[in-house]
Every structure is written in structure tokens, then in C-alpha cells.
Design a protein around this ligand. Structure first.
Ligand code: PLP
Length: 444
């Protein structure tokens, strides 16, 4: 057919603008990355035209001879990429996104109303780990369908407060304990999490959501959660550098042996697969699964290992540079791909800093820090290195990034001062932020 610019100039214009925006800005959003052209091409391939509900070789539609092989290849590579024995672990590569994967995974072992504990959103957890407001308002669907209780960071150290979690979990008695985060710069102690789950009950599942760090785990740069988890979920488009999508890994074999010596087997394979289809999804995105298979092959190369080592080294370097410039970091540093800045000492919020940085072509995101009350107007910023490391940034470039961030924060503070001194006052967070953006846009 004719090129997009002839058929749909309006859309073509937006595509060109977005391409330009991505090329010309510094992507510091920790959950974003630039995937390879191989992955890109498969996303726009013939695989996208096909319906293939259900598992390979058991489809509800004909014509899946090759699609079946692609999905099985993707599963095989997923297990290999994370060094898993197919006798002990299985994987479903059909989940369409990380949020869906978590709902599918939790629903595979929980009945409606049963209990789940996950890291609180203001502490760095993801919405789908059961987020609800302190007043009980259920924000995430996970908190609507299940009974959820959060655990938090230790406010002094910025680390997960395992001791309090151990105590509260024994009172709350969750059937699912979630390890994993969206904004946690330190290693998670999976062994400790397993012990905490075991103390609740031998039937408590440890579900690890490694969405943010799965690329680092695949490369062996960070410790793997598999040894201690029953289920592991991950997105495929963050540090992993694949297409937008998700996977659910589940254990097979013996779960535990009873006092009488009887082996209790895992039944997660059927549960996870049934929860995926027909319970929560219809036809899988075959183009995504093919692209994921290609991305997983790339994770097994020396170049990928080097890339992930660079991601971590760059984050550690950036953290040090920021500290030299007076930035305070939650947990005082990083072990992974991200840095969580606490802006309290600069007396400026993350929403204004994010807005200002966007004007100077730096894309970042505001984030809650442990002392925050509101997720809408938080006092933190989350900065990650995966995307710019893909674009070959090293120490020299990240030193500049730290310099720009300092300038950005100071500039945002100046604009806030102008706004605060204005005789005209607007009410509400959104109106105030819009007014701030207007001030920035109007200045030179
Ligand atoms: N889990 C974690 C830890 C995440 O950080 C995210 C996304 O940011 C998700 C799940 C959800 O993924 P998606 O945006 O694909 O639904």
C-alpha cells in the first residue's frame, strides 16, 4: 500500500514528532528502553494477523502450525535466559502487560477476598501489588478483588523493613506475599522474604515481580529471585529491552513434604495457564511473542551481559555524581539500574521538576519517597540508566546528566519562587502545576 504520509498525514506527523522527541531527549525514565530493530520489525510482522486462543497445540483456531512453534520457542528461550530447568519451572509468555500478568498470577492462587501483602506504592511498590489509600479507598483492581495490606520501607534507612513485615504478616496471614518494586534502588533479600512467607504458613506463596530488573537478572548482574519464589512475573519492555508484554514463570514438582512424609505437588501450571486463558485474556499477541523470542535470544549474548553491567555501573556513577551535587538519595545510593532522589532538601516537588526537565528535553518521572503522603504531588524523582546506556552513554555523559539535573532542579525552584510570590493564587495541585508549566513555557 501507499506510505503512511500519503494515506494518513495526520498520524504520520505525530509519528515523526514522537521520533524526534525520542531522538532529541534524554530518556531517564527507569522503566523505558530502546528495543532493537529486530524486535521492532517482528512487532510489525504477519504474526500480528493471527488468532490463536489457548496453549500451543491446543488452539481454538486453525492455521497455527507455525505460531505454535514460535510460542514454544519463546518459552524455551525464556527458561534458558533465566537459567531454569524445564523440569522445575514452566512459563506462560501470553500476558499482554505487567499489570495483567500480576492479576493473572495472583488470581491463579487466590480466591476473591483472600489476602495478599505487597510493598506499598509510596514505598516503591507497584499499583498492582494491592495499592489502596490509607483511608481504605481501593485504587488497584488487585485491592478490589483481594484483601490487601501493604508493607513499607524503614523511613530512616530507606530499605524494606523486613522486621515489621515479619511481625505484621503473621497477624495478617497473607496467602500471597509479593516481592518486587517499581522504585527500589537496593537488592531485595529474597531468602528473607521466603523465610517470612514460610513463617506465615507453608501454603503462603512468594510471588516475585521482577519487572524492573529482569534484564539485570537475565545477564546475571543482579541476584536471581527464582531460587526462593513460587511464581515470578515480569514485564518484557523495561531493562530486559524486549517488546511491551509480560511473562509468568511458575514452579513445577514438589512444593513441600508433610510431616507424614507425603509430597505436596505444585499445581501451578494448570492454574496459571487457565487464569491466563480463558479467565483473563483471549487471543495472545503473536507478534509480541515472536519479538520477545528474538529479544530473549539477545539476552544470551556477551554484548547483553556487558550492556547490563554498564547499566548498573552507570547508575552507581550517577548516584555518586548527584550526591556530590547535594542531592539526597533514598537508601543513600543504588545497587541496580535506578536512583531515587529525595527532593525535600531542595524544597521543590517532583511534579514541578519533571515538568521543567521536560521543557529542556529530559524525560524523567516524579516519584513518591517514604515520607510522602500523596502520590500525586510527591517529593521525589526516579532516574534510571537502561535507556541511555542503550544509546551508549557512559561516565562522561552521565556526569553531564547530573549537571543538567542540578541545573533543572535549581531552575524549577526559581520558577516556584516566582509562582509563590504571585498575588494571584490558584487552588488544587493540578491547577498549580498547570500554572507552573505556563510560567516555564512563557519564559526564555
Ligand atoms: N510491575 C512492576 C514492578 C512495574 O514497575 C510495572 C510498570 O511500571 C508493572 C508491573 C506493570 O507493567 P505494565 O505497565 O506493563 O502493566
Amino acid at each position: 500500500s501507499k506510505p503512511l504520509k500519503e494515506i494518513d498525514p495526520e498520524l504520520n506527523n505525530f509519528l515523526n514528532l514522537e521520533k524526534k522527541r525520542q531522538r532529541e531527549s534524554l530518556t531517564l525514565i527507569a522503566s523505558e528502553n530502546f528495543t532493537s530493530s529486530v524486535v521492532f520489525n517482528l512487532l510489525g510482522s504477519e504474526f500480528q494477523n493471527k488468532y490463536s486462543e489457548n496453549r500451543p497445540n491446543k488452539r481454538y483456531y486453525g492455521g497455527n502450525e507455525f505460531i505454535d512453534q514460535v510460542e514454544l520457542l519463546c518459552e524455551e528461550r525464556a527458561l534458558k535466559a533465566f537459567n531454569l530447568n524445564p523440569e522445575e519451572w514452566g512459563v506462560n509468555v501470553q500476558p499482554l502487560a505487567g499489570s495483567t500478568a500480576n492479576l493473572i498470577a495472583f488470581s491463579s492462587v487466590l480466591e476473591v477476598g483472600e489476602r495478599l501483602m505487597g510493598l506499598d506504592l509510596p514505598s516503591g511498590g507497584h499499583l498492582t501489588h494491592g495499592y489502596q489509600l490509607p483511608n481504605g479507598k481501593k485504587i488497584s483492581g488487585v485491592s478490589k478483588y483481594f484483601t490487601t495490606m501493604p508493607y513499607q520501607l524503614d523511613q530512616k534507612t530507606g530499605l524494606i523493613d523486613y522486621e515489621t513485615l515479619e511481625k505484621t504478616s503473621q497477624l495478617f496471614r497473607p496467602k500471597v506475599l509479593v516481592a518486587g518494586a517499581s522504585a527500589y534502588a537496593r537488592l531485595i533479600d529474597y531468602k528473607r522474604m521466603r523465610e517470612i512467607a514460610n513463617k506465615v504458613s507453608k501454603d503462603c506463596y512468594l510471588v516475585t515481580d521482577m519487572a524492573h530488573i529482569s534484564g539485570l537478572v537475565a545477564a546475571g548482574t543482579l541476584p536471581s529471585p527464582f531460587e526462593y519464589s513460587d511464581i515470578v512475573t515480569t514485564t518484557t519492555h523495561k531493562s530486559l529491552r524486549g517488546p511491551r508484554g509480560a511473562m509468568i514463570f511458575y514452579r513445577k514438582g514438589t512444593r513441600y513434604t508433610t510431616k507424614k512424609g507425603e509430597a505436596v505437588k505444585y499445581d501451578l501450571e494448570d492454574r496459571v495457564n487457565f487464569s491466563t486463558f480463558p479467565q483473563h485474556q483471549g487471543g495472545p499477541f503473536n507478534h509480541t511473542i515472536a519479538a520477545l523470542a528474538a529479544a530473549l535470544k539477545q539476552t544470551m549474548t556477551p554484548a547483553y551481559k556487558k550492556y547490563q553491567e554498564d547499566v548498573v555501573a552507570n547508575a552507581a556513577f550517577l548516584a555518586d555524581e548527584l550526591k556530590k551535587r547535594g542531592f539526597q538519595l533514598v537508601s543513600d545510593g543504588t545497587d541496580n539500574h535506578l536512583v531515587l532522589i529525595d527532593l525535600n532538601n531542595f524544597e521543590i516537588d517532583g511534579a514541578r521538576v519533571e515538568a521543567l526537565l521536560e521543557k529542556i528535553n529530559i524525560s524523567s518521572n516524579k516519584n513518591t519517597v517514604p515520607t510522602d503522603k500523596s502520590a500525586l504531588y510527591p517529593m521525589g524523582m526516579r532516574i534510571g540508566t537502561p535507556a541511555m546506556t542503550t544509546r551508549n552513554f557512559g561516565k562522561e555523559e552521565f556526569a553531564k546528566v547530573a549537571e543538567y539535573l542540578e541545573k533543572g532542579v535549581k531552575l524549577a525552584k526559581q520558577f516556584k519562587k516566582i509562582q509563590d510570590e504571585s498575588p494571584v493564587k490558584v487552588k488544587g495541585h493540578t491547577a498549580k502545576l498547570n500554572e507552573f508549566k505556563k510560567l516555564v513555557a512563557e519564559s526564555k
